[in-house]
Design a protein around this ligand. Structure first.
Ligand SMILES: [Zn+2]
Length: 306
């Protein structure tokens, strides 16, 4: 399942070599995380991850965050300290032909443009991605809203597109890196608008649910969104660090998982707090009645006071 040696060497030379330079030049901030096919050569995993982000992540046992940025702010959306809400974060699907030359600073963006997932994935992929955002939203105090994307170049600072932009290109051939995402580091200038952006490897075979010969779009999106909102790899980037919990945020694709695990949820809640309580429909009706009732009481009290 591992990527070909040719794919590996291409990845090392084109993506990682340049990425390392860019990261060092911008203060050595950790910007990205990937997910790997099962069986991917561990040395390759370590090599990719070491280059994608420096090991300054703040480990909060047992999950892993990216710690603080060069300004001392927590690497997250919304409030700048851990445990504060993430607010509304928008996301968009980038159209085919979008310029990605800024990515060449990281060594590669395929042919110079990224490809829309709609042109490379089976129908239903959008629902899978929406559901992946929904899974994180359900457990932590952050919400997501899909918006349109005008195809402004990747990394553009102005334009109409989401905070988290999603697209794909040919990354390293079948196997190896399945996808990667930039974490929400605010101090990551001059590429601020790459914060949270997700890129799928379109050399993989993608499916809804996954098979022995394809990867599940929902699961990989779930993992990458975890990076986009500020979670690093549980069990370390080589999957061997301890303590180690089974999690969506483990570095390797795990077909046995289909939902966020306790460790993932604990991490998201550490970063953003628990999801705001959403009353059931019956609860809303009851609450409305209560508000009206209290309002009437207040009115009566004011009248009595007057
Ligand atoms: Zn990852």
């Amino acid at each position: 399942m591992g990527g070909s040696e040719d794919g590996h060497s291409n990845m090392n030379r084109r993506i990682l070599g340049a990425a390392a330079c860019a990261f060092i030049a911008t203060g050595g901030a950790g910007q990205a995380g990937a997910i790997f096919a099962p069986g991917t050569d561990q040395a390759y995993v370590e090599q990719v991850e070491d280059k994608l982000h420096t090991p300054r992540a703040g480990r909060t046992d047992p999950f892993v965050t990216y710690g603080t940025d060069t300004n001392g702010d927590a690497i997250k959306w919304g409030g700048t300290t851990y445990g504060t809400p993430g607010g509304v974060v928008t996301w968009s699907l980038v159209p085919t032909g979008t310029n990605c030359t800024i990515m060449q600073q990281f060594g590669d963006c395929g042919s110079g443009t990224t490809t829309a997932l709609a042109d490379a994935m089976p129908s239903g992929f959008e629902t899978a991605i929406t559901n992946a955002f929904g899974a994180w939203e359900a457990v932590a105090d952050i919400s997501f809203q899909q918006v349109s994307d005008d195809g402004s170049p990747n990394g553009a600072l102005n334009g109409n597109f989401g905070d988290i932009r999603i697209s794909g290109y040919s990354i390293d051939g079948p196997g190896g890196v399945l996808a990667y995402a930039f974490n929400p580091d605010r101090s990551f200038d001059p590429f601020d608008s790459l914060r949270g952006d997700i890129f799928f490897d379109l050399d993989e075979t993608w499916s809804l649910g996954g098979t022995t010969t394809s990867f599940d779009i929902f699961f990989v999106a779930l993992h990458e969104i975890g990076h986009s909102i500020g979670l690093g790899h549980e069990c370390g980037n080589d999957g061997t660090a301890t303590p180690c919990e089974v999690a969506v945020m483990n570095p390797y694709y795990n077909p046995a998982l289909s939902a966020l695990q306790a460790d993932d949820i604990a991490g998201a809640q550490f970063i953003y707090g628990e999801a705001a309580a959403v009353p059931l429909p019956g609860g809303i009706a009851f609450l409305s009645g209560g508000v009206i009732f209290l309002g009437a009481l207040g009115l009566r009290r004011r009248r009595r006071a007057a």
